[in-house]
Each structure stands twice: as C-alpha cells, then as structure tokens.
Design a protein around this ligand. Structure first.
Ligand SMILES: Nc1ncnc2c1ncn2[C@@H]1O[C@H](COP(=O)(O)OP(=O)(O)OP(=O)(O)O)[C@@H](O)[C@H]1O
Length: 323
C-alpha cells in the first residue's frame, strides 16, 4: 500500500477574527472554519467578492497573520516553520519591492535569500528575468517601473528559488490584457513544472483558464469547492427559449416555474430548468405564442459565483462587524 501524499496546503477549521476600535471591542469575523485540502501539482483558485477572506487566508498561510483558531499546514508543516517557508514563493497583493534597487538586484537578493549563489544564482536570475519578459528592463530602478513591471518582477522573485508552492494574491489585478496574458502564461509554465499554485482573484476568466480546482469564499465561509468541471456539471441544466407573440405577464400567467425572463419588446427570453421546459413549451404554443429558438444554456463559473453570493446574502456571517 502506498503512503498517502502530503497535502501541499491543508487548513482545518481555520478562523480569524480581527478586533477593531479604540477598546478593541468590535470584531470582524473574517474567516469561519475554513477547510481546504490542496494536493501537490494543483492550480487552485480562491474566488470571492471583496472582503470574503481571501487575503486573510493567504496571510495566515504566509505567517503574516495569526489564525484565531484552527490549523494550517504547508506540506505538513506549520506556516511559521523553516520547512514550510523553504518551499514557498509568494507574491503579495501590492508588492512593495525596494524601489532604489534595479529589478535585477531585487531578484538577485531574493535568490540569495533562498540560498542560491555563484554561477547558479547568475544563471537563475537571467532565466527568470527572461521568463517574466524583463531582460531588457532589469537594469532600471524599480521606482521607474509601471504597475505591470512591478508585478512581473514580483513574480520573478517568487519563482527564483524554484519553490514547490507558489502563493499569489491577485497576480493579474491592475494589468492590461497583454500583461494579464503574460502572467497567465507564466502560471501555466509553473503548472507544467509541477509547482502547486494557490492564487486568489476576482477575475473569473483567469480561473477558467488556469485552475484545476476552485474554492468560492463568501463572508469568510466556504460557499463552493471542487474541480471547475465538477462544479459546473452538478448544476441542474437550464434551457433558454425565445418566445414571440406573447406579453411577459401572459407567460407568467401560465403558472410554470421560470428562472429568468427578459422582455426585449418584440420577443421574450425565458430561462427554465430542463424538467420544466416541455410543459412550458406546450402552454406557450396553446396560448398562441411562437417559440422561435430553444437552446441549452451553458452554466458558467460566473453564474456559480453569483449564485453563491446570492445564497450567502440570506445568511451573512463573516466579514461582518459583530459586537
Ligand atoms: N487588519 C485588519 N483589521 C481589521 N479588519 C480586517 C483586517 N484585514 C482584513 N479585515 C477585514 O476582514 C474581512 C476579510 O478581508 P480580506 O482582506 O481577507 O478579504 P478579501 O477577500 O481578500 O477582499 P479583497 O478582494 O477586497 O482583497 C474584511 O471584512 C476586511 O475588512
């Protein structure tokens, strides 16, 4: 029997309450009993609206914030241990590298900090500057860099030590489409190399392009978790119908469950669950309406995200100020 693989990241009942106010008597429940199991080699996306607890999770994993309760481990080691730190490359949300260093000096420093030296360091610095597209501008001081260049040099310092795990807080935020594509390609390269990547973002197309698995956090709680494929296929299929010759009220009056209806003046766009389509169709035709188009709808990650948020709105817990 083979030994179980050590998880790259594991959190158990991880919670964080921030204390606020002069008397520290206000509490923000930023994270509530978060359980994550991230296998080595996965590219794992942490999705969620503003204030969902994504950065708090990452900061706990990077030992920048202490959890209030629960545990977190990186390759089986607690975040404050040398063993955990040795294996991780990190890009914070707003990287603030030393501005008076050149890009190359900064990446070299990061390489030295992870134990590289001599020819190996020279070669690796050159290699990563090339792979983030900064070879030509690496001699400029960082204070001269654009946001995109800072982001790329930040990524270069994160990967210079060939970490087994990359943790990236909003790696493509604020970048133009070309910059975003380049950072995405770099993450894909790291995935090819077998690096485990955890990144958080609001940008759903990035998640669709990169992730093997995702977690959706809302109000500090895990609202959805699974492979992108799994999450999308477990949704009940829906069908979109285009109806002409009937008013919206008349269609509603037929009494069938309809998920969404859009009135485009000369036609109606209806969205109904697969199981309800046949009776709806028959009633529309019997009432004199014309059905000009029927098509299955593809449930997107964005739909899933919005659904998770609307469910959470009815049972808010985290990210709220409690007394
Ligand atoms: N240092 C802090 N002190 C007090 N409250 C904090 C602190 N850091 C975060 N919070 C609160 O904790 C909650 C979660 O914040 P967090 O930054 O983890 O969310 P996020 O999902 O990363 O949001 P965003 O997408 O906006 O970066 C929010 O309500 C936030 O205001």
């Amino acid at each position: 029997m083979s030994a179980p693989t050590t998880l790259a990241i594991e959190t158990r009942d991880l919670s964080k309450t921030y204390r606020l106010g002069f008397w520290m008597n206000k509490r923000v429940l930023a994270l509530q009993n978060l359980n994550l199991s991230i296998e080595p080699g996965q590219v794992y996306g942490l999705l969620g609206p503003n204030g969902a607890g994504k950065s708090t999770t990452i900061k706990i994993l990077m030992n920048l914030v202490q959890a209030t309760s629960g545990t977190a481990t990186l390759f089986g080691h607690p975040p404050n241990s040398k063993e955990a730190r040795r294996n991780v490359g990190f890009l914070p949300e707003n990287p603030a590298p030393y501005e008076y260093l050149t890009g190359e000096e900064f990446v070299r420093l990061a390489g030295q900090l992870v134990g590289l030296s001599g020819k190996e360091l020279d070669a690796r610095v050159k290699e990563v500057l090339g792979s983030v597209g900064m070879s030509r501008t690496a001699g400029l001081q960082i204070r001269r860099y654009s946001k995109g260049m800072v982001q790329r040099i930040g990524l270069a310092q994160a990967i210079v030590g060939r970490p087994k795990l990359l943790i990236l807080d909003e790696p493509t935020s604020g970048l133009d489409p070309v910059g975003r594509r380049e950072i995405r390609d770099l993450i894909l390269q790291e995935r090819e190399r077998g690096t485990t990547v955890l990144f958080c973002t609001h940008i759903i197309p990035d998640v669709e392009a990169l992730c093997t698995r995702v977690a959706v956090l809302v109000n500090g709680r895990l609202a959805r978790e699974g492979s992108v494929q799994e999450l999308l296929t477990t949704q009940v299929p829906e069908v979109e119908l285009t109806v002409e010759g009937m008013a919206a009220d008349a269609v509603r009056g037929l009494g069938h469950p309809i998920e969404q209806m859009q009135d485009l003046h000369n036609r109606l766009l209806l969205r109904a669950k697969d199981a309800h389509v046949q009776p709806l169709l028959q009633s529309v035709l019997a009432a004199g309406g014309r059905v000009t188009k029927i098509q299955p709808t593809r449930f997107s990650l964005e739909d899933l995200f919005l659904q998770a948020m609307s469910e959470a709105r009815h049972g808010t817990v985290g990210g709220e100020i409690a007394s």
